[in-house]
Write a protein that binds this ligand. Structure first.
Ligand code: SF4
Length: 210
């Protein structure tokens, strides 16, 4: 079987590629018009290409056109789940079109290695997008392999991004980091206050015990 594997970035490629390549011939397609800004797109692409070159993996890149992503998600507004669904469908659809042109048997995506993505939406939108191009979509769930993907990408010194890809996701990730930081600070403050209270009660007990 020949599979065309949609890859979002180098770190996410590692484990899904190895899993699929154990049983099929796998080529990779970099189709990610969601990534913002262009420099980030290039950095993720170049990370992936460097790994592919070193390991003999064939990669086809679909030319970067962020307006395709903007048009595809325009209807979603502030609805993140709807935005991501449209994003999955767009990217997997681009890979499906390429797979149909290249005579591949099936399409899969590395997206399901990430615990931050929704595997059910990916499967539904992947099946829909692939059906439009007459290609089979391989439903996968690689989340169990995420720790290994993280470890290996660190060992390889790969660039590891800290947001999903689109401009809204960068802002969302920044907000999440700020709120986690505030929660940690609040927990530390609460611990300090509890310790101070305990020390004051201890001192009072010692005085009362006289
Ligand atoms: S958060 Fe990620 S999956 Fe969702 S729309 Fe943005 S880039 Fe696409």
């Amino acid at each position: 079987m020949r599979i065309l594997l949609h890859a979002c970035c180098g770190p996410c490629l590692l484990e899904p590629y190895d899993a699929l390549a154990a049983e099929a011939v796998v080529d990779v397609c970099y189709a990610n018009p969601n990534i913002h800004p262009a420099e980030e797109y290039e950095r993720r692409r170049d990370t992936l290409l460097a790994y592919a070159e070193g390991t003999g993996i064939d990669v086809v890149e679909i030319p970067y056109d962020p307006s395709l992503w903007a048009d595809a998600v325009a209807h979603a507004g502030e609805d993140r789940a709807a935005r991501c669904r449209a994003c999955y469908r767009l990217r997997i659809g681009m890979v499906a079109a390429e797979a149909a042109r290249g005579g591949y048997d099936a399409v899969a995506t590395t997206l399901t290695v990430s615990p931050y993505q929704d595997p059910d939406s990916i499967r539904e939108e992947g099946e829909r997008a692939c059906a439009e191009h007459g290609v089979r979509f391989l439903p996968t769930d690689f989340r169990e392999r995420y720790p290994d993907a993280t470890r290996r990408s660190r060992e390889l010194g790969m660039y590891r991004q800290n947001y999903c890809g689109c401009a809204p996701s960068a802002a969302e990730a920044e907000r999440d980091r700020a709120s986690r930081k505030a929660a940690r600070a609040a927990a530390r403050q609460a611990a300090r206050e509890a310790a101070a209270e305990g020390a004051a009660e201890g001192a009072a007990d010692r005085r009362a015990g006289g």
